[in-house]
Structures are given as structure tokens and as C-alpha cells.
Design a protein around this ligand. Sequence first.
Ligand SMILES: O=C1O[C@H](COP(=O)(O)O)[C@@H](O)[C@H](O)[C@H]1O
Length: 460
Amino acid sequence: MSDPTTLVILGASGDLTSRLLLPGLASLLAVEPDRRVHVVGVDRAELDDAGWRAKVTEAFTGAGVPEDAAAEVAADARYVQADLLEQEQLAGLLDGLGGPLVLYFALPPQVSQKVCGLLERLELPEDTRLALEKPFGHELESAQELNVQLLKLVPEDRIHRVDHFLGVNTILNLIGIRFANRLLQPMWSAEHIERVVISYDETLALEGRAGYYDGAGALVDMIQSHLLQILAFFAMEAPASLDEVEVRSVKAQVLRATRVWGEDPTTASRRARYTAGRSEDRDVPSYVDEEGVDPANDTETLAEVVLEVANARWAGVPFVLRSGKALREPAKQVVVTFRPPRHVPTGLKDCTEPDQLILELKPGAVDVVLSMNAEGDPFELEQKVIRAELGKSRMLPYGEVLAGILDGDPLLSIRGDVAEDCWRIVDPVLAAWRAGSVPMQDYPAGSDGPDGWGVVPPRS
Ligand SMILES: O=C1O[C@H](COP(=O)(O)O)[C@@H](O)[C@H](O)[C@H]1O
């Protein structure tokens, strides 16, 4: 049996650890109970091994981890109380840790960066991997600097820039649906597709996350990161296999070709912020009145950007990426609108609506919307939906992503150049917004967004 991987969670008492990492690990162990992993929690907070083990056990309870596997992992788990910004304490932590070793930075980005700076002066054990959460930098330049810094510590294939959307089965389904279906393959280009809308509308509001969100906003929180990854899966060329080098290369090619539509963020982007309203039977305060929000930050809670993938396959097709909070209904989907047929026999009635393929990300389903016979007149048509529900995911997205990190496979991690490209794409939008060239609109919480936006923009 191979050596167990040591998973060191830096920031073990934080929200990310209890809300996402430990449940993710539990869901992974439920599927792979033989996986051997030592979970070391590190934080400044006062806690001992027993307290940490209780936390790990709590996360495993009810998650389907077989009892003996849960007991084994919990018994091996250990807690180190340390201030990671103290060089000596950091050195002490690494002492005695061997590879394979994962240092998972569940820390605010500024702290992660400082810790990486201190790690430069230490020798990392052989086969150390680094896992970092978004945001990866705050614009292109800082992402480039962070990449340089990380590469001083370990090679690129041991850096796992985490994006949990890469562990979402309905997003990974894009690979199967696109490349295993002859029916769709010839349709997947500007010749047949008129536009693509990738949206992630949430009913959730700020939910007490001002500390992070108020400095990020919808554009950075969702579009710069998650939605661009969906775009990459949607538009990439076919990889020859699921090997990380191939898949990550074809994704990178797409993002390298992507830019703001018309290279004009003032016409190709919109932003808005929720005001007081009611969402899902709750009163939601105006965003600026939420606890911890600084109105001077001018943070948007709904963002939309139109992009072009300027290559031979996609040039001329608008890709609309949109995400927002406190909206009336969740809309987490990719809507593909096909071009109209070249000619429809004269006499056929009501076939003016375009065909669509809708990939629903949550819950996972595929809808094909086609014109078909209505009742009665055989030449009168109506749009009907052919729907298939996707199979349930085997584990939580964080479980999938963690599996890759623990195995040292970066397939589901963001490559350094891609992290930079995602900033290169949105930086002009951020600059236009900061300069006040795109007005901030508003919408009541629980509505569909500002008047006139609609969920799907009008056909071009
Ligand atoms: O990373 C984030 O993602 C969530 C949406 O993802 P989900 O898997 O929870 O649906 C979003 O609410 C959050 O603001 C963002 O930081």
C-alpha cells in the first residue's frame, strides 16, 4: 500500500474548513473508504488533538463514511496550534512531516501569500503540493506575482488552484455530452450556434460574507473564476484523453482567445446591486445596509459580461456570462441558442422560435427544446422540451477536487497561465467600472434583476 497522504489544513478553525473542506473529505471517504489520509489541522486558535478529532468526526457523521474508516482517519488526525506568520512556528510545523504532503491554504488570500513568502526560506518535503483557494490575486499583475512566488516553492503540476466548480458533475458532464455524441459534434460552432448564455443566478443574498464579498463583487466572485471555467469546458477543442496536460491545454487555448465583446466593456457589461426586498420568504436588507458592507466599495451583486472567443470555431458568437445574488429564482444553467434553419417550408406555422439546448447545472438536467407538432393541424408547430435528468454526483464538488489534490493529479485544478488569463479577460471590465463608465443599476431583492435586463438577452 502506498504511503498515506498528509493533508495539512492551514486555517483549520475557519469557516471554509468546517463548511466545505471536511464535508468534502467525508464525501470522498464515503466513496473511497480505503484511501489513507492523515488530516493535520493548523491554526492560531486554541484546540488540542482531541478537539480537532471531534471536529473531524462530526464532519464525517452522517456522511456515509464507513465507521471503521472514519474512526481510523479521526484517530490519526492531529492539531498543531501555530501562528503561521511566525517563521519558527512554520518551520516547526514542517519538521517531521514527510511527503506526499498537501499544504491546503484555507486562509484569507493576503495571509496565504505571506505564508508562501515565509515558506521560501524553508525546505519543503519532497512531493509537497500546494492548494490555494480563490481569489488568486486581485488582477493580472498580482496573479502573475503570486505565480512567480509559488513556482519558487514547487513546480506547476504541484500547485492546485482550487475552483470547486471543476468538481461539479454537471459541469464535467460538458465533456461527455460534447465529445461522446455524434449528434452534437457538428453543431458545436458559430456556424450553428447563435449565442450562449452561462448564468448562475442565486436566491441567496450576502449571508454574512461581507468580509470577503464586499471586496470582490459578483464579477470577481463568480464570473472571473467559475463561469469562465464553464466557458472553457463549453468551447474547448476535443482533448485526446482525460489526461491533465491535454484537457488543461485545450481549456487554456479557449481562454487565451477570449476577450470582451467588441473590446468595449462599456457596451458589453452591466452591473447592479440589490436594494431591500423579499427573497424566499425572508426580508432582505438593501446590500449597502448588510452588516460589514462599506458603501464606498461600490460592490455589485449582479454582473453580466458579453465575451467573444475569437477563434475559427467561435468568432461572432456572443457568450453572455451572468451571475447575481438575491434574485427571484435560481437559474444555474448554460443556454445554447441555435441559428434558425436556412429555409422552412412555406406553410409551416409557428416555428419561429429557435432550437435550444439547456444544460441545467443545479439540479443536473439537459433540455432539448425543439419545434414539433402541436395538437390538431399537422403543420402547426409548438416548442416542446425533451428532458433528461443527469445521474446524481458520487460526492461533493470539494470531494472531487480534493481527490485530485491528494492523488497529485491537477486535472481539476486551475493552471497558472489560465488563472492569469481569467484576470486578463475581466481586468478591462473592472477598470471601466472603477472609472464609472458603466452605471450601477439596482434591483429589489427577490426580483429578476433591474428592469429590462431579463434572464436571457434579446437575440442579436
Ligand atoms: O464560490 C462561490 O460559489 C458559490 C456558488 O457555488 P455553489 O456550489 O454553492 O452553488 C457562491 O454562492 C459564492 O458566492 C462563491 O464565492
